[in-house]
Write a protein that binds this ligand. Structure first.
Ligand code: NDP
Length: 466
């Protein structure tokens, strides 16, 4: 049977673009790709990239305050011009979109600027009715913000909307306590919006190391975010251009805008998967095996639509491994076990890899090495902000199981920690590295004595499973 393509990719985000480009340019596959929106996907157009630029923008006043602390009399960031920033952002995103499109075209990938859905195991139908066949189909459509299901939620914003606002809200409510809520509360507060963060739990960033969660929670308060823990909106009503939010405890308040950051869900609706025999998971995700292959052998899926580890670099690796395996005869799987990540709060980021203290304690005996200190740069400028670094080490093998950093540029540091940890480094390996002085990161190789020992209660379980 002949097909129009060797590979058809649905979705022009991080995972889909990488798979298409590698399959076409490295292995000579005939590749088509459909994207209904802008090329580059969530990360480039309405996620990581514009978010990080907004984080940079939001720190100007903090940098001016630091400059004053270093003797720069009258240093001030001035007045933030949202429109000027937005116009520059648009230009930059258009440039990046062009780079993605150009990379695909250079690899001879045929781009279809339309939504696509599956018709059968080897056929897709574009929004204009055109049908195209392919030996393999890769679904890389990502996720979409998930709303909590409360009355009036359509009056709220999602993170996508924040990049295209005509004006920044004066008083804003951010709902949620995950990556997006913490980062956007930091951004909005830094750009001058009076920001309230309502999170239903007791400390933001569930799933992260508890001690680190407390530091991020406290930092949000310190930078001026009005943090409401154990609080959740029950309904939203419009009052003119404003939004009246009634919380679950019956209290109500007026905001200029409400932003939901209550998670994301795989964007599988209407793709035609279930009709083909792919039973979606409880969140709508496509179940795949270690080769990213679905229950239908010709259909594969990578990235957030599979709800494995929902991060851009993971989607890129999954897309690359898929192309190597299926088109390059080089079988390659993604190891999802040791994935570093960072939450871009400010002034301190939280970056992490490996086990949390709570996870390590359940696994067996471990030693916690921790350092808490005031970085010299901010201390000199008059700040009391403390950085915290933590290594969690297997008490029996000396292997480093987890590393957690709360501090300036923690994301940059954890990237380098990911290398030795991926190689199975021990605490002795960390200790053998010569410190670079004076840096923050030197604390990671100079923690001599454990702060505490954990997990002895689970000694038996660990020994049994070792
Ligand atoms: P998260 O899953 O990280 O957080 C969702 C938050 O919303 C949680 O605090 C959750 O509370 C809360 N929540 C969920 N449902 C409800 C509800 N019905 N009512 C009230 N609160 C609710 O999702 P995000 O939206 O923050 O981010 C989505 C994903 O995007 C992340 O998982 C991450 O993979 C990715 N991302 C990564 C970034 C990075 O690498 N820096 C930055 C931004 C996003 P609870 O904890 O109680 O369940």
């Amino acid at each position: 049977m002949t097909f129009d393509y060797d590979l058809f990719v649905i979705g022009g985000g991080s995972g889909g673009v990488r798979a298409a480009r590698i399959a076409a340019s490295e292995y000579g596959a005939r590749v088509g790709l459909a994207e209904e929106s802008r090329m580059g996907g969530t990360c480039v157009i309405r996620g990581c990239v514009p978010k990080k630029l907004m984080i940079f923008a939001s720190q100007a006043e903090a940098h001016a305050a630091e400059a004053r602390g270093y003797g720069w009399q009258g240093a001030s960031a001035g007045v933030f011009d949202w429109q000027a920033f937005r116009q520059k952002l648009d230009v930059e995103l258009t440039r990046l979109e062009g780079a993605y499109t150009g990379g695909l075209s250079a690899a001879n990938v045929e781009i279809h600027k339309r939504r696509a859905r599956l018709v059968d195991a080897h056929t897709v139908e574009l929004a204009d009715g055109q049908r195209l066949s392919a030996k393999h189909i890769l679904i890389a459509v990502g996720g979409r913000p998930a709303l909590p299901g409360i009355p009036g939620q359509e009056l709220g914003l999602i993170s996508d909307d924040l990049f295209t606002l005509d004006a920044l809200p004066d008083r804003v409510l951010v709902v949620g306590g995950g990556f997006i809520a913490c980062e956007f509360a930091t951004i909005l507060q830094g750009l001058g919006s009076r920001t309230v963060l309502a999170y239903r739990g007791e400390a933001v960033l569930r799933g992260f190391d508890m001690e680190m969660r407390r530091h991020v929670t406290e930092q949000l308060r310190v930078i001026g975010v009005d943090l409401r823990l154990g609080a959740n909106p029950a309904r939203i009503e419009a009052e003119g251009a404003a939004r009246r939010v009634t919380f679950e405890d019956g209290s109500s308040e007026l905001f200029d805008a409400v932003m939901f950051a209550t998670g994301r869900a795989p964007y599988t609706q209407g793709l035609g998967l279930e009709e083909l025999g792919v039973t979606l998971g409880d969140k709508g995700q496509i179940p795949v095996d270690e080769w990213s292959q679905s229950a239908v052998p010709s259909i594969f899926a990578v990235g957030d639509v599979t709800d494995r580890v929902n991060l851009t670099p993971v989607a890129i690796r999954e897309g690359h491994c898929f192309a190597d395996t299926v088109f390059g005869a080089k079988p390659r799987k993604v190891d999802h076990a040791l994935v570093a990540s960072a939450v871009y709060t400010r002034p301190h980021e939280l970056a992490t890899i490996g086990l949390t203290e709570e996870q390590a304690a359940k696994r067996g005996p471990a030693l916690v090495y921790a350092a808490s200190f005031r970085p010299m740069r901010s201390l000199f400028a008059g700040s009391d902000a403390r950085a915290v670094m933590k290594l969690i080490v297997d008490a029996r093998t000396d292997k480093v199981l987890g590393c957690h950093i709360f501090g300036p540029e923690a994301g940059e540091m954890i990237q380098m920690v990911a290398v030795p940890m991926g190689m199975g480094a021990t605490k002795a390996d960390f200790d053998a590295a010569m410190a670079v002085h004076p840096t923050l990161a030197e604390e990671l190789v100079t923690m001599r004595k454990p702060t505490r020992r954990i997990g002895d209660d689970n000694l038996d379980r660990n020994t049994a499973s070792a």
